[in-house]
Each structure stands twice: as structure tokens, then as C-alpha cells.
Ligand binder design. Structure first.
Ligand SMILES: Cc1cc2nc3c(=O)[nH]c(=O)nc-3n(C[C@H](O)[C@H](O)[C@H](O)COP(=O)(O)OP(=O)(O)OC[C@H]3O[C@@H](n4cnc5c(N)ncnc54)[C@H](O)[C@@H]3O)c2cc1C
Ligand code: FES
Ligand code: FES
Length: 484
């Protein structure tokens, strides 16, 4: 296998080649400490505040896409073949302020200024994609940007006015798009990258088959996809890991196939990349998806990572289990498929064998069924669930004929509510049936009290969600007829 022992990427206008990169070096430290590009700030160092927001451009097929990311939890090694754009690079015509900066000044969108570079980068990315955004789009964009002094009103007004100061056509990144795409294409040589500093080893496999080969060679390696979990192990728990196997660049793990009856997501598909297909296949998940983390984290974090981490409070496992999702695991010895619910064995224990990785998630579309997904958290945006549930119910002639109901936050793993499901099947589709099923929930779960919620609260809110689901579907046509 041919290997390369350096990473190469574009930083603003320059090409950078680095071989002395530790597996846990972050992009933010590289920018601020090595490059003295201190316009990008460090606030929380855990992906929450957005002060460290930069753009990362990457080729998807032949298309160059720029996305906001949190530099504090983005590992440097993962940037091979990318274009990193920092606040220092922003400019308007003839050295003037960029339209986003101009709008922020005129609408008083900044006071102490610490958060401002991060907001400007987020609003810049939004303006490139949606020059005339709605208030809702602006709010979704800045979910992951925290401002303590200005208040959001002036920032939202600035965001909505950027196009009065200039259009994305003719913007400096847009002008250079073809040139940049050519420069990035030239960096792609399709070989494995293997960086060994003596302290740590970072591997970027050439493709999925090479990933299987690498994991056969180093089965105890840490797989890193979007690093929105692993990044915090470093910045918050000061953990070190080596070897690290980076997979975020692997196109094969980014495939999305939507057919009439199934959605298949490669494990490396980010939340943002999945958004359109998810909304089309499962309209009930569209708004739910926007409540996962903030925009920067959704641009980095993967659905595969949300499953593979085995967390009992991840948002996608309960809703995917309810839909009857299956996963494909792959190793050098081949593939195996299993129902997603069987992957979660116990707290911190998953059915993932040494040398295996999660390759894809297959979700049946369950046409004609009633679906619901609810997330309960202390804050609406950018917060982890206290409890989360997915419903998937069939009703025929006014009677419930099948039920899959899965919860997160209620047990040591994401888990189905088998007793509640059994209580519902065969019952008329009415609120009393849902309440009866909810009353069986204590037989399914003994939730715990922690900083997010008390055990009591969790149980109560979980039971109430049955009623909420019913009321949201009370007049839904089922099997061609009204059911209530
Ligand atoms: C600010 C912030 C907010 C967040 N909000 C939410 C939220 O609202 N809801 C929520 O559910 N989560 C949230 N998270 C957690 C996190 O974003 C998700 O769990 C995310 O999906 C993890 O994906 P990743 O690609 O970043 O995983 P990584 O951090 O790269 O990896 C996570 C784990 O999965 C393993 N892994 C990753 N991919 C594979 C694979 N293909 N095969 C085998 N193992 C693999 C890694 O080895 C690691 O153990 C948040 C995180 C942050 C930082
Ligand atoms: S420093 Fe807060 S998100 Fe990175
Ligand atoms: S202007 Fe001070 S934190 Fe936003």
C-alpha cells in the first residue's frame, strides 16, 4: 500500500503541508498558537459557543462545499484535502469590510466582540447558501453561536440585511471557487496517509476497503468521524489516543440512497448532509433534526458516530430503532447486518467486534404508518436530551395493529418500550389507549436522576409524550380513513 506521511490542505490562500501532527492536535491550537491567526477565538473548547467557527471547504464529488465547523474540536489531521477559511481571510471589494462585517457594524451586532468572528463566519456561510434568509433560518444558523452581551435581535437583523451590502456572486471565495476546486483536486492522490510522530500515529485510509485493512492491523485504534464526541475527550478529559483512524474524508461512507421504501445512510454522513433525505423520507424528523446540537456540530457530527458511541442519550438511535433500522458492520472478513436495537448490549457495551466499523444504516420508510419523534431538553437548541422518543404505529380500521416505541434517556441504552407496545396493540386508536400504554412504562424503564433530569421527571414526561403523540395524530388519515 502506497502511503503519504504528511497532510496537505489550503489555509486561506496558502497551501500547507504538515508531517509533525499529533493525533489529538486541534485546528484551533494550530491556528492560534502555530499560525498566530488569533481572530478565531476560544471560548468553551467543547463545540458549544461557536467562538472558534471557521469554514472548511471540501470536494463532494466534483463540487466544492463550504461549511462552518468548530475549530476547537476539529482535529488537524482530518483536514487533509480541505480548504480552511478563517476570519482573517474575509474581505470585501478593494479591501473594504466584507458585506457580513458591514451589516454587523451598521446593525450594532457586536459589543465586547469576543463572539463576533464566530458569528460573522456563521452568517457568511448562511449568506453564501441563502442570500435572503428568513428569521427562522438565521436562528437555526446561530444555534451554535453564543453571545453574552449584544442580544440576538441586532445580529438577526444584520443577518437578514447582508444582501443589501453585496451579493454572493462576485464574493472573493466565489470568484476563486473553480481555482480552489482545482487546487483541492490536485491534492487528492487517493493514497493512505500515515503520520507517525513518535508520540502518536494518525491514519487516513485511502478508502473503505483500506479502512478495513487498517483496523485489521490496529484493531484497538480509535475511529474518528466528525470528532464531536472524541474532540471533547481531548479538550475536556485530556485523554490521549493513538493510533487514531480518521474516516471523515471517505466518500464511500457518505453515500445516501433514497428509494421508495428505504433510506440508506453511509455511517459517515453528517447530520447536515442527511437533512434533505431525512426530511423527504421522514417528514416527522425534519424539525427534530434541527434540534440536534447546533449548525457547526451538525456539519461535522455523523449519524454513524451517534450510533457507534453507544450513548443512552444520543438522539438518533431511539427514532431509528422505532423505524426498524438495521445497521451494516464491516471488517476485513466481510459485512454483517443486525437490527439497530441489538447493537446496544449494555451501558458502554456495543456489539462491535475488534476490527469492525459501522458502514451504513438502512431505514425502512414505513409508508402509511403514524410516526412521531420528540426530544425533551432543558434548552430548545444546542442541548442534550433528558428524554427522547420515537413512535411508529400502524392503525387499521381504527385499531392499532403494530407498535414500535423506543426511548433514549430512560435506561442504560436506547431501548424499546415492549410492555407499552404490547398494551397498545389490538386497542382502539384513541387517547385512552395511549394513556393505558403509558401507564405500563414503569414496567419498561427505571430511569435515573442526573444533572439533566430527575427519575420522576423523566418518567412523567415520557408518559406525557404518549398523549402528545396521539394529539399530533388525532386526525391523521390511517388506512385511508379518519381514525378519531
Ligand atoms: C456542542 C455539542 C452538542 C451536541 N448535541 C447533541 C445532540 O443534541 N444530540 C445528540 O445526540 N448528540 C449531540 N452531541 C454529540 C455528538 O455530536 C453526536 O453523538 C455525533 O453524532 C457523534 O458523531 P461524530 O461523527 O462526531 O463521532 P466521533 O466523535 O467521531 O466518534 C464518536 C464515537 O463513535 C465511534 N465511531 C464513529 N464513527 C464510527 C464508525 N463508522 N464505526 C465505528 N465506530 C465509529 C468513535 O470511535 C467514537 O467512539 C453534541 C456534541 C457537541 C459537541
Ligand atoms: S471554543 Fe466554543 S465552540 Fe469552540
Ligand atoms: S458581543 Fe460580547 S459575547 Fe457577543
Amino acid at each position: 500500500m502506497q502511503t503519504r506521511s504528511e497532510i496537505r490542505f489550503l489555509l486561506n490562500e496558502r497551501q500547507v503541508s504538515l508531517s509533525d501532527v499529533e493525533s489529538d492536535s486541534t485546528l484551533l491550537d494550530f491556528l492560534r498558537i502555530d499560525q498566530r491567526l488569533t481572530g478565531t477565538k476560544e471560548g468553551c473548547a467543547e463545540g458549544d459557543c461557536g467562538a472558534c467557527t471557521v469554514l472548511v471547504g471540501r470536494l463532494h464529488g466534483g463540487e466544492l462545499r463550504y461549511e462552518t465547523v468548530n475549530a476547537c474540536i476539529r482535529f488537524l489531521a482530518s483536514l487533509d484535502g480541505c480548504h480552511v477559511v478563517t476570519i482573517e481571510h474575509l474581505r470585501g471589494p478593494k479591501g473594504a469590510l466584507h458585506p457580513v462585517q458591514r451589516a454587523m457594524v451598521d446593525f450594532h451586532g457586536s459589543q465586547c466582540g469576543f463572539c463576533t468572528p464566530g458569528f460573522v463566519m456563521s452568517l457568511y456561510a448562511l449568506w453564501m447558501q441563502t442570500p435572503r434568509p428568513s428569521v427562522e433560518q438565521v436562528e437555526t444558523t446561530v444555534q451554535g453561536n453564543l453571545c453574552r452581551c449584544t442580544g440576538y435581535e441586532p445580529i438577526v437583523r444584520a443577518a437578514m440585511s447582508v444582501s443589501d451590502y453585496g451579493t454572493p456572486t462576485g464574493d472573493f471565495l466565489e470568484d476563486l471557487r473553480d481555482t480552489t476546486a482545482r487546487r483541492l483536486t490536485a491534492l487528492r492522490d487517493g493514497v493512505r496517509v500515515d503520520l507517525d510522530t513518535g508520540n502518536s500515529r494518525s491514519i487516513l485510509p485511502a478508502d473503505a476497503a483500506d479502512l478495513a485493512a487498517v483496523l485489521a492491523e490496529v484493531p484497538d485504534a480509535t475511529i474518528i468521524a466528525g470528532a464531536t464526541d472524541v474532540g471533547l475527550w481531548v479538550t475536556k478529559f485530556l485523554r490521549r489516543f493513538s493510533p487514531a483512524v480518521f474516516i471523515g474524508h471517505l466518500d464511500e461512507l457518505k453515500e445516501i440512497v433514497l428509494t421508495e421504501d428505504t433510506l440508506v445512510l453511509g455511517a459517515g454522513v453528517t447530520y447536515s448532509e442527511a437533512q434533505d433525505a431525512i426530511s423527504e423520507a421522514f417528514p416527522h424528523l425534519s424539525a427534530f433534526w434541527d434540534r440536534i446540537a447546533g449548525w457547526q456540530v451538525r456539519n461535522m457530527g455523523t449519524v454513524g458516530g451517534n450510533i457507534a458511541n453507544g450513548s443512552p442519550i444520543g438522539d438518533t438511535p431511539p427514532v431509528l430503532i422505532a423505524l426498524g433500522a438495521e445497521i451494516t458492520l464491516r471488517s476485513r472478513d466481510g459485512q454483517r447486518r443486525l437490527p439497530l436495537e441489538d447493537y446496544f448490549v449494555d451501558y458502554g457495551k456495543q456489539d462491535l467486534r475488534p476490527g469492525e466499523f459501522l458502514e451504513s444504516i438502512r431505514v425502512p420508510r414505513n409508508a402509511g404508518k403514524l410516526h412521531g419523534a420528540y426530544k425533551i431538553s432543558k434548552r430548545r437548541d444546542e442541548d442534550i436530551s433528558s428524554a427522547c422518543v420515537g413512535f411508529n404505529i400502524s392503525v387499521e380500521d381504527g385499531v392499532v395493529t403494530s407498535a414500535r416505541i423506543a426511548f433514549g434517556g430512560m435506561a442504560a441504552t436506547p431501548k424499546r418500550a415492549f410492555n407499552a407496545e404490547a398494551a397498545l396493540v389490538g386497542q382502539p386508536w384513541c387517547e385512552a389507549s395511549l394513556q393505558h400504554a403509558a401507564s405500563r412504562l414503569p414496567e419498561d424503564f427505571t430511569p435515573i436522576t442526573d444533572m439533566r433530569a430527575s427519575a420522576d421527571y423523566r418518567m412523567k414526561v415520557a408518559q406525557n409524550l404518549f398523549r402528545r403523540f396521539y394529539r399530533d395524530n388525532v386526525s391523521a388519515p390511517v388506512s385511508g380513513r379518519k381514525t378519531a
